[in-house]
Ligand binder design. Structure first.
Ligand code: GLU
Length: 314
């Protein structure tokens, strides 16, 4: 064992689609090609949208494909629990570190207040928070709390965070300008993805994160949280997004690309082989087991731009 730890961090709000499968395959290959292991963490922060049977199905699907995790999910392990819905006390500890330093403040803005026509947008399409509630007086906070339960944001500095993505190369964002103060906790008490993912990857000993390029712009925020919380950050590899032949983003709603439908038509080896072909790891879409793609695996072979699903491949 090399000490390399990769992870799957799916949000089980439905069956996996081809993009999710590609991400799992690359995470598995990236860790295993270095002699590492893979942890499965179920990102079910929004427990109502992620019922346990979806998480169980997801594990069964990974096993069917030959991409079982070495630790986590229902098999447990030394860093459990591996379901985010069971980890809120852990998140609270780290939230309080930021709170004690005066970095957390309540935000009473409604969705429509946030989405005004002139609000600047981040590269992931979300609004850069204008800081409306950043400097409320204690009296203002008390008065507003009577009308509405606030969500909680963290104050970010006017600082550029740079990092080198293992696949996409150098990337930088200024936290104040490009990102803005972001949510740590929702009004209903649920901790936000940005905090949970940092705490979990650090406490689960994850050394490399493989995920979709749609999360590239979350990485500066997360790297800043690692630093502020005194945690060790992993290496990041952002993989290209998989687009349907007509150019639209794949989503779990697109039943035709979901594993449920694929399973009816293909063997696991046929799916893995086609995904390997799509990711540049073999010249033809021939059936393969994941281990057969290990030989010669290199991030250099994986395209950097969006991957358009060739018509008829699946
Ligand atoms: N849970 C997220 C998703 O399924 C992934 C988060 C991450 O990889 O950091 O899209």
């Amino acid at each position: 064992m090399s000490g390399v730890v990769g992870r799957y961090a799916p949000s089980p709000s439905g069956r996996m689609h081809l993009g999710n499968l590609c991400c799992c395959l690359l995470a598995w290959l990236s860790a295993k090609s270095k002699g590492g292991r893979v942890v499965l963490r179920i990102e079910d922060l929004d427990a109502a949208r992620c019922p346990r049977q979806f998480a169980d199905l997801l594990e069964a699907d990974l096993a069917w494909l030959g991409l079982q995790a070495d630790e986590g999910g229902s098999q447990g392990g030394p860093c459990g629990p591996y379901y985010q819905s069971e980890r809120s006390e852990i998140y609270a500890r780290f939230y309080h570190i930021l709170e004690a330093r005066g970095l957390v403040y309540p935000c009473f803005c409604s969705r429509s207040q946030l989405h005004t026509a002139d609000a600047p947008h981040r590269s992931d399409g979300q609004v850069v928070y204008a800081g409306t509630c950043r400097n409320l007086t204690p009296e203002e906070v008390r008065a507003r709390t009577r009308l509405r339960a606030p969500a909680w944001r963290v104050r970010v500095p006017d600082e550029e965070i740079r990092f080198v993505d293992g696949h996409l190369g150098p990337y930088a964002e200024n936290l104040a300008r490009d990102c803005g103060d972001f949510y740590l906790r929702r009004a209903d008490g649920v901790y936000a993805y940005q905090l949970a993912v940092v705490v979990d990857d650090a406490l689960m000993g994850v050394t490399e994160v493989v995920r979709g390029a749609d999360l590239l712009s979350s990485t500066p925020r997360q790297l800043w949280l690692y630093r502020e919380l005194g945690l060790t950050a992993p290496t990041f590899y952002h993989m290209p997004l998989l687009l349907a032949p007509d150019g639209r983003r794949l989503s779990k709603r697109d039943g035709d690309e979901s594993l449920e439908n694929l399973q009816a038509r293909y063997t696991p080896e046929q799916i893995i082989g086609r995904l390997g072909y799509l990711c540049g790891l073999q010249k033809a879409p021939d059936p393969r087991r994941p281990e057969e793609l290990l030989d010669g695996f290199s991030w250099d072979r994986v395209p950097r731009g969006d991957l358009l699903l060739p018509p008829g491949l699946f």
